[in-house]
Write a protein that binds this ligand. Structure first.
Ligand code: NAD
Length: 441
């Protein structure tokens, strides 16, 4: 039985009381809720539970209008830093992500500002500089990039280049005395990732990998639910990140530039998010890699990867990624206490949706907190800027990216050999992390 009608009354006996507790415990005041099913032992129809009222009515709470929620979220001091005190970023690479997500995200940043551009296309760079009020003298090419060392406007660089170029530009930036925010995947291999970490350490500069999901509130709530055992212990997580790759010829389908296919690009979200949710590191992986024979897109890189990971707590992860199917970006965590929770969509830039389902008496109640919308790129830019301002280690430093590369190499090895691959035990999985930004949900 499905009932997707929103509810807005408040005559709630025991079931409604439990549901309110559930929300309050989670720190969420406002939810949309639906009864999605009756448990096998419940023989009543929806209409017979509460004197002719629908099941949805029996569990409902008052829902303030959407505008009231926005006002609540906007109240309080803005805590903006004046422009001259913000951290100045040079954006390296003006492709799709830089132009459509990162540059606009500076508009809502509290601590960061764009001050320089690095591009192989001077005309494009000049147009973008004019649009964002960046001085023409602060436009660099890939060749003269090292001159950023003489520019005090630039505190940090944000590397948004094809994956194979991340190592070179991280090392050159560190040598130029600049902090580095680097897009995911960190590099093309664990070996490259180690060299990037060393270069930044040697130069005394910060290195953060742009794992936006770890700063995004819906995903952070799922992490909190898992680690607090809100629904009991999470025993299984299943995740998928799939999409159809475009035409052959693009850098993402060239092994030398991308490092691999769907796995390091979009499968990485499943890998990194499951580690983030559980707060543990896998001890074993098993994988299958498959590419459709004759598909010209997959001459150099893989199409699909299915893999499983075992974690020390006993948690199991089942992950799917593909460059050859329609898009799906979601995950679900199954806990042992009559509940599951997850996101669908989980990895998009906007309109993420968290949902949870819990047995309450004979009913299965599905709930979807309305958490509003925050720009994920602004959140990660501001975190990096605050780490620089306060001299703190980022929450997702280079070591976080390295760990993903170590596991991805084990995934490929397992697929190649047809055998499970064991990983080194890590006693303190979060030891390399700095503090998380304060959650505001
Ligand atoms: P893109 O192809 O749109 O842009 C790449 C930029 O690099 C372009 O400006 C291009 O001119 C430049 N470039 C320099 N040398 C190049 C070369 N040899 N071949 C191709 N391009 C070259 O790519 P994108 O989607 O902006 O991705 C850039 C990086 O950002 C990648 O590492 C990618 O994984 C990452 N990314 C992250 C997210 C996220 O959500 N965090 C989303 C998309 C991309």
């Amino acid at each position: 039985m499905e009932n997707n009608e929103p509810t807005n009354t408040n005559n709630t006996p025991a079931i409604g009381y439990n549901r309110r507790r559930f929300m309050e415990d989670a720190g969420i005041g406002i939810l949309a809720a639906t009864v999605i099913g009756e448990l096998a032992s419940c023989s009543s129809s929806a209409q017979s539970v509460n004197g002719g009222k629908s099941l949805a009515d029996t569990i409902s709470v008052n829902l303030p209008p959407r505008d009231a929620l926005s006002e609540q979220k906007l109240s309080g001091p803005p805590a903006l830093l004046p422009p001259q005190k913000r951290i100045g970023f040079a954006i390296v690479g003006l492709g799709d992500l830089a132009l459509n997500q990162i540059m606009p995200a500076f508009g809502s940043s509290k601590y960061a500002k764009p001050v320089a551009l690095v591009s192989g296309h001077p005309d494009k760079a000049q147009k973008v500089a004019a649009q964002y009020g960046i001085a023409p003298k602060n436009i660099y090419s890939y060749q003269n990039f090292d001159q950023i060392k003489n520019n005090p406007d630039i505190d940090a660089v944000y590397i948004v280049l094809p994956n194979s170029m991340h190592e070179e530009f991280t090392i050159r930036a560190a040598k130029a005395g600049k902090h580095v925010l680097c897009e995911k995947p960190m590099a093309n291999s664990a070996e490259q990732a180690r060299r990037m970490i060393k270069a930044c350490k040697d130069a005394g500069k910060k290195l953060m990998i742009a794992y936006r999901i770890q700063y995004e509130p819906h995903n952070r709530l799922a992490m909190k639910w898992a680690r607090d055992k809100h629904f009991g212990r999470v025993k299984i997580i299943e995740l998928a990140n799939t999409q159809n790759a475009g035409a052959p010829g693009q850098w993402r389908l060239k092994k030398a530039l991308a490092g691999g296919g769907s796995l390091p690009d979009i499968g990485l979200y499943c890998l990194n998010t499951s580690r983030f949710i559980l707060g543990e590191e896998p001890e074993m992986v098993m994988a299958t890699v498959y590419s459709t024979p004759g598909d010209p897109r997959f001459k150099e890189v893989e199409e699909s990867v299915l893999w499983q990971m075992h974690f020390p707590s006993g948690a199991l992860v089942n992950a799917t990624t593909s460059y050859g199917t329609h898009k799906s970006r979601r995950y679900r965590c199954y806990a042992d206490n009559g509940g599951w929770f997850g996101l669908d969509p989980a990895f998009d830039y906007q309109r993420l949706q968290i949902e949870a389902s819990q047995a309450q008496g004979n009913l299965e109640v599905k709930q979807s907190p309305d958490m509003g919308e925050k720009d994920q790129f602004t959140l990660e830019l501001d975190h990096m800027a605050q780490c620089i301002l306060e001299n703190k280690t980022p929450y997702t430093p280079g070591e976080e990216g390295l760990q993903d590369h170590i596991i991805m190499e084990a995934i490929y090895e397992s697929a190649r050999t047809g055998k499970p691959v064991k990983l080194n035990k890590i006693d303190k999985p979060d030891a390399f992390r700095g503090s998380a930004p304060k959650d505001e949900f």
